[in-house]
Structure formats: C-alpha cells, structure tokens
Write a protein that binds this ligand. Sequence first.
Ligand SMILES: NC(=O)c1ccc[n+]([C@@H]2O[C@H](COP(=O)([O-])OP(=O)(O)OC[C@H]3O[C@@H](n4cnc5c(N)ncnc54)[C@H](O)[C@@H]3O)[C@@H](O)[C@H]2O)c1
Length: 259
Amino acid sequence: MPWRVAGKVAIVTGAGTGIGRACAETLAREGASVEIANRTATTGEETVRRITEQGGQALFCRTDVASESDCARVVQAALGRYGHLDILVNNAGIFPRHSLEETTPEALDEIMNINFKGAFFCCKHAIPAMVQGGGGSVVNMGSLHGLLGSPNLVAYAASKGALLNLTKTLAAAYARRLVRVNYVIPGWVISEGEIRVQAQEGHDEQWLQETGKRMPMGRIQEAQDAANAVLFLASDEASQVTGAVLNTDGGSSVFRGRG
Ligand SMILES: NC(=O)c1ccc[n+]([C@@H]2O[C@H](COP(=O)([O-])OP(=O)(O)OC[C@H]3O[C@@H](n4cnc5c(N)ncnc54)[C@H](O)[C@@H]3O)[C@@H](O)[C@H]2O)c1
C-alpha cells in the first residue's frame, strides 16, 4: 500500500507529547514532512528526533499558539523549508479542571487563547497558503466536552465548542477552494497532559488503566487511537469529507447504561 500522505507537508501544534506527538509520528511514517509546533522546546525536539531516527522528515519550530505572530512564523517556516503546506493539525490544548465559580479571568483567557484562538490564528495563516497550493486539510482536535455540558471543565468545554463552530464555519467558507476542515473527538486518552491533571487529583497511572476498563469498549485510549482518525482526514481518502465530526471516543457519547 502506498504511503497515505506521501509528499504532503504538515504542521502539528502541540506535538511535543501525547496526541500531537502520535499525530506527527503517524503522518511522518505515512510519508509527510512534519513541522512540530510546540511551546516546549525539549519535548518538541524529542519528537523531531524520534521521527528522523525512523527515517522521516521533521522540523521543530518553537511556537506559542496563543501568539498570532508565532502562528504566522510557523506557517512561514513550513513554506520556507518545504515550499508548500497541505495539512494543519490544531492539537495544542490545555485542560485544567475548573467549575464556573473557580474560573478566574486569567484562566479563562489562557484556555481560550490556546484552545480556540490558537487554532483560529493557525487557520488564518495556513489556509491562504493551502488555497495557493490548490487545497488542503485542517484537523481540529476537539472534545466530547465541546458538545456536552461539563460542570468541572466549563471554560475548556466552551473553548472546544467554539472550535467546533470554527470548524463548520471554515469548512463552509473554503469548500470551493478545496480546503477541508474537520473535527476529531478523541476518547479518554492516557497522554502526558492527562496523567499530570489526574495526578493533581490523586490518581496515578494504574488508577487510569483500571478506571479505563469501565469505559464502553473496556480500555482507556492510547494517543494512536486519535492519530489514526487524523491520518484518515489528512489523507486524500477523505477528499470529500469536510465539516465533519469524527468521533473516536470508543462509544462514550452513546453508551448510557451498564454493559
Ligand atoms: N487526553 C485526552 O483524554 C483528551 C481527550 C479529548 C481531547 N483532547 C485534546 O487533545 C489535545 C492534546 O491533548 P493531550 O492529551 O495530548 O495533552 P498533552 O498535554 O499531553 O499535550 C499537549 C501538548 O500541547 C503543547 N502546548 C500546550 N500549550 C501550547 C501552546 N500555547 N502552544 C503550543 N503548544 C502548546 C504542550 O507542550 C504539549 O506538548 C488537546 O487539545 C486536548 O484538549 C485530549
């Protein structure tokens, strides 16, 4: 089988750990050249090292997606190195637990700036380059919380809801110019970020694995489960898929009872 994204150029934000790293490694394994846009240099450079060790093409660009100028720079870096841009994965995100009353103005700004505005700015600079190249694929890393009420993740849920609307708005705006924009809903993924957040609540990795067995399909997810969906949406196999929500949550959104 030929590589599924051979010759394409991708930017993956937040690719220093977790789901973003799995997306970057998967796209690189399937033939894309990947720019790792991450706020933390050590983990971003580690992702580049892992990809190049496997014979893939990768480039690190230190990026805080909350900064529009960083988002513009990341697009320019991809164009400068590879000459075109085909895929953008807006994955960078933070998910601190806050109820409505606990959400400070600073926390609200930080969550919206990274989870929503970061994707907005990356789209703003990447999509014109995709249009210039004849089309492209944007994949936004969403969440079930973007669709449902989440009492202890109020600002996070609102940011992912805004991201869902941005997905549909841009899918409509750019369909004629062959830029596709889609939204992936991962399940409960055991990433570095999730391990950190759970540790603050006194839960260790073993607790995560055990609790995961109670999920509808019997396990907590790996980052690869979401990366597989991103690969499909990034590839030409999805050339008629835009404005879609691809749910890889292992049944969490439909399972109401006990199995
Ligand atoms: N883990 C889950 O269960 C889960 C479920 C649904 C959705 N998601 C979403 O998936 C995405 C990735 O989450 P994860 O679990 O892999 O988390 P993670 O914390 O392991 O990875 C997030 C990455 O984003 C980077 N990052 C954070 N802020 C940034 C910024 N301002 N600019 C650039 N990079 C930044 C971090 O350095 C890190 O490498 C997030 O958008 C999250 O909301 C995660």
